[in-house]
Write a new protein. Structure first.
Lengths: 429, 245
């Protein structure tokens, strides 16, 4: 089994823990000194970073949530002055406050290393051609994949998303061996191949690295069969790096989380208490090496469990189970995280008031579709059909523009849906 | 090879090292950089048993060496070159080296001691020329070389170097650092190097720790530390103009 960084990926447990303790102490000392938010939090609970003398004690510290990041928008969570930040990514959507992450030169370097570890684990090497079919600009993913693929020595074709038939042409002509995309787009490619009569043997594809959308095992099977590839899962968060936070090796036995850079914990999403190894709960990550944007106990919202046993691929870092559930009602689709409140804000902007609404996610023809159901009330009642149609069109246009892809909008009568549910996810895993 | 876990040290009531953890792998040069009074030398003195450790553990090859007497550590293969070239000035170079090798003489006899001294002369040819001179009459660079040679006499596996470049001319610093990295490459010597001259130290080191008031605030490979703006600002003396602006 090929390892990009044998020394760091296969160190034994005692070594990992020593390194984690050192880096955790250093990170806490740095955020206490440089980030006002954390200094404030630590003072409130009377905690001095130099008092931390064991990894277990980390669970006494408060959690960081997405709300904290929004409250400190835009630069409040940065641990270095802006002049040391060389890249800022602000991709995910909220009307007033997008998610922001900053990178120093060293952060970018580390991201490249992590992605190189990911791609090498999958099997990508110097002779491979990596086609990145992710939307540049909308998500952080493609930047990281590009850095990592270039670091590992592979040739990179950044083609962005969309236009499957054009992508297939590139794939055939340039003999792409590795496809990096969201899984539903890969399914779309497979169907386009069928419709234009292209066979998978005309392509040189060997690997598929997919992520940023939940995709069940049967989908993996059908992708592997139709494209003749080994399909592996990759996990990441915009707030941390993007991809490169965890990945599958060809053993497909959980996603390796690089513990020399991140400290993972599992908590109960309701009581917020730490869970034992192996129990299911919400993933909480502390970054150990990030310079510009360190996060202490960040709640990812993803439900998973940790396995600390050594993988058959010899990598010693622990693995998290594939993620299909969330602890909040954030929808992960088409490579984005959509918080229902963001849709509410768009609706509010159009109506001057937030109507009752529900988001319905469905997977139709291997593509995720979002339906926004808006309840008619006295305020949103139209006596003329024309006015009503215009209203729906406006909603549809604004929402689609906001998300960057087609959204369906439906006006429904009061009582059609349960108000306590903001999101109905009908995708089957 | 060496592992410090949550080490705490005090100078009477002053808490100098606060939960300090670090590690050094076999065959690595690890440097500890930081401003004056950060606790770098105290860290070294705590490792070699010259300063008491109040809390925490120090392991050398998984043996607990916390607060062990210094002479026992020499037998385990640890050597310490303290700050300020602690040599015996009224004695000759040869005598100094013989003193450095007292353990060899005790265990292996005179022949072996002679051989070891010859090896040191090969490493630092200038010392051979000066062998009958009093150590106090040597130049600063030569005294530093002698101090290192004395520590190397017992063939340690692990050496603690405290500010070898202090008060030396740049050319001599380069020579001393060249010897250190040569020793690492040829004999697999492991080095924990404390330096004010962060730039020179990071150039030969594999990894580095940045210390501030008894705490570690950064652990990175040496190359990243050289690129780290925070380190540049504070310890490499660059980027000054912009701060003043």
């Amino acid at each position: 089994m090929q390892c990009w960084d044998n020394k760091n990926e296969c160190m034994d447990r005692a070594e990992i823990e020593q390194l984690q303790l050192e880096r955790l102490q250093a990170t806490l000392n740095r955020v206490y000194k440089n980030v006002r938010h954390y200094r404030h939090l630590f003072r409130q609970i009377d905690f001095l970073p130099e008092d931390l003398n064991s990894l277990d004690k980390l669970s006494d510290l408060p959690l960081t949530t997405r709300q904290d990041l929004m409250d400190n928008y835009p630069y409040g969570m940065f641990a270095v002055p802006l002049r040391e930040v060389v890249r800022i990514l602000a991709p995910a959507l909220t009307l007033d406050k997008p998610m922001v992450t900053g990178f120093t030169t060293n952060d970018l370097d580390r991201w490249a290393e992590l992605m190189a570890r990911n791609l090498t684990a999958v099997g990508v090497g110097k002779d491979d051609v990596v086609q990145i079919s992710l939307n540049f600009g909308m998500v952080t993913g493609p930047f990281g994949v590009q850095l990592g693929a270039e670091r590992s020595g592979a040739s990179v074709i950044p083609v962005s998303g969309g236009n499957p038939s054009h992508q297939l042409k590139i794939m055939r002509d340039f003999r792409t061996t590795t496809l990096v995309s969201i899984p539903t787009f890969a399914m779309q490619l497979a169907r386009t191949m069928e419709s234009v009569g292209m066979e998978s043997k005309m392509l040189s594809l060997r690997f598929g690295v997919f992520g940023s959308e939940p995709w069940p095992e049967d989908m993996r099977k059908s992708l592997e069969e139709s494209l003749h590839i080994t399909a592996t899962d990759a996990y990441g968060l915009t707030e941390i790096f993007g991809p490169g936070v965890a990945w599958e090796c060809p053993e497909k036995n959980g996603l390796h989380i690089p513990e020399d850079h991140f400290f993972p914990e599992i908590i109960d999403p309701v009581t917020l208490t730490p869970q034992p190894v192996g129990a299911e709960g919400e993933l909480v990550i502390t970054t150990l090496t990030k310079e510009a944007f360190p996060l202490i106990r960040f709640r990812t919202g993803d439900i998973t469990k940790i396995d600390k046993s050594v993988c058959a691929c010899k990598r010693t870092h622990s693995r998290i189970a594939r993620i299909f559930k969330r602890s909040d009602d954030t929808i992960v689709m088409r490579g984005m995280s959509i918080i229902p409140g963001q849709i509410g804000l768009v609706l509010e902007r159009i109506n001057q008031a937030v109507p009752n609404y529900q988001l319905v996610v469905e997977r139709k023809n291997h593509q995720d579709q979002l339906l926004v159901m808006v309840e008619i009330s006295d305020r949103f009642f139209f006596d003329e059909m024309k006015k009503q149609r215009r209203f729906v069109e406006k909603l549809h246009r604004e929402l689609s523009e906001f998300l960057g892809w087609e959204v369906s909008v439906k006006l429904v009568e009061p009582g059609t849906f349960d108000h306590s549910l903001n999101v109905v996810d009908k995708r089957q895993y | 090879m060496l592992r410090l876990v949550n080490v705490n040290s005090y100078y009477s009531l002053v808490h100098v090292l606060r939960n300090l953890s670090l590690h050094v792998h076999q065959g690595e040069i690890v440097t500890l950089i930081g401003a004056n009074g950060a606790g770098k030398s105290t860290t070294l003195r705590s490792i070699s048993g010259l300063h008491p450790v109040k809390e925490g553990k120090i392991y050398f090859k998984d043996i607990d060496i916390t607060n062990k007497p210094t002479e026992q550590l020499v037998k385990l293969g640890i050597a310490h070159v303290p700050e300020g070239r602690q040599i015996f000035r009224p004695m000759t170079v040869m005598d100094n080296l013989e003193l450095g090798g007292f353990l060899i003489y005790k265990i292996h006899g005179k022949k072996q001691l002679k051989k070891s001294i010859d090896e040191m002369y090969e490493l630092f040819p200038i010392l051979r020329q000066r062998q009958n001179q009093y150590a106090g009459t040597l130049s600063g660079g030569e005294q530093q070389m002698l101090a290192i040679a004395m520590a190397l006499m017992t063939k340690p596996e692990f050496i603690l170097l405290d500010e070898p470049s202090m008060g030396l001319a740049p050319l001599i610093i380069r020579e001393i650092f060249r010897v250190i990295s040569e020793l690492k490459n040829e004999t697999g010597l492991t080095v924990l190097l404390v330096e004010q001259n962060a730039n020179a130290a990071l150039k030969i080191a594999d990894r580095g720790y940045v210390m501030e008031t008894g705490k570690i605030i950064l652990e990175q490979d040496a190359l990243s530390l050289l690129k780290n703006q925070e380190v540049k600002r504070a310890y490499l003396g660059r980027d000054k103009r912009e701060i003043w602006e």
